[in-house]
Design a protein around this ligand. Structure first.
Ligand code: FMN
Length: 170
């Protein structure tokens, strides 16, 4: 799969097979996040890789729409400074997230983001230093069934080119 195919076919997938990821796959995903560009190359991010089922289940309660983490083969929590302390924090986290998700897709591994709104609950589970903010997580895994993935692909949609692209001025 080349980059443009990956960009075109990537969709949020929230159900996963029980197949675990190989260590080399987990590492490839995390390396993609580590290699992503960042504001002034500050690289102000940490990643917590979670594969323990009980910890994933606990994390899945850390956000209103984070339930998919409980059946993921791998959850990656991205920790950043708070945006009031570093304006680029969330933009940079998004770069790492996209790189990790695309690197995973190349390996046939699907993913979905989860916003962890319940900060205190998440802090109890992961015990990060207080200056690192664990707002975003990503579930990764092999798709539960290929048919489900195809249906999801057909349903996914994006606004039309002319609706969002402007030439020269608005
Ligand atoms: C910043 C951000 C936060 C998101 N948070 C969640 C979330 O908490 N739970 C979830 O199931 N999906 C979450 N998503 C996934 C979006 O719902 C998904 O990317 C969007 O609906 C497009 O899906 P598609 O690519 O399958 O068309 C999030 C996506 C982004 C970019």
């Amino acid at each position: 799969m080349n980059v443009s195919q990956a960009i075109r076919s990537k969709r949020a997938v929230r159900s996963f097979s029980k197949q675990p990821l190989k260590d080399v796959e987990v590492r490839a995903i995390l390396n993609a996040g580590r290699r992503a560009q960042s504001t002034k190359n500050r690289q102000e991010r940490h990643f917590i890789a979670v594969q323990d089922r009980e910890r994933l289940k606990a994390l899945s309660k850390g956000g209103a729409f984070a339930g998919h983490l409980k059946c993921a083969a791998l959850g990656v929590v991205i920790l950043t400074p708070r945006p009031e302390d570093f304006y680029g924090a969330l933009f940079d986290a998004g770069q790492s997230a996209a790189y990790m998700q695309l690197a995973a897709l190349e390996l046939g591994i699907v993913s979905c983001l989860a916003t962890l709104y319940k900060e205190e609950k998440v802090r109890e589970i992961l015990q990060p230093p207080k200056e690192w903010w664990p707002l975003m997580a990503i579930s990764f895994g092999y798709p539960r069934d290929k048919k489900g993935l195809t249906i999801r692909l057909l349903r996914g949609g994006r606004k039309a080119y002319d609706e969002v692209v402007h030439q020269e001025t608005w």
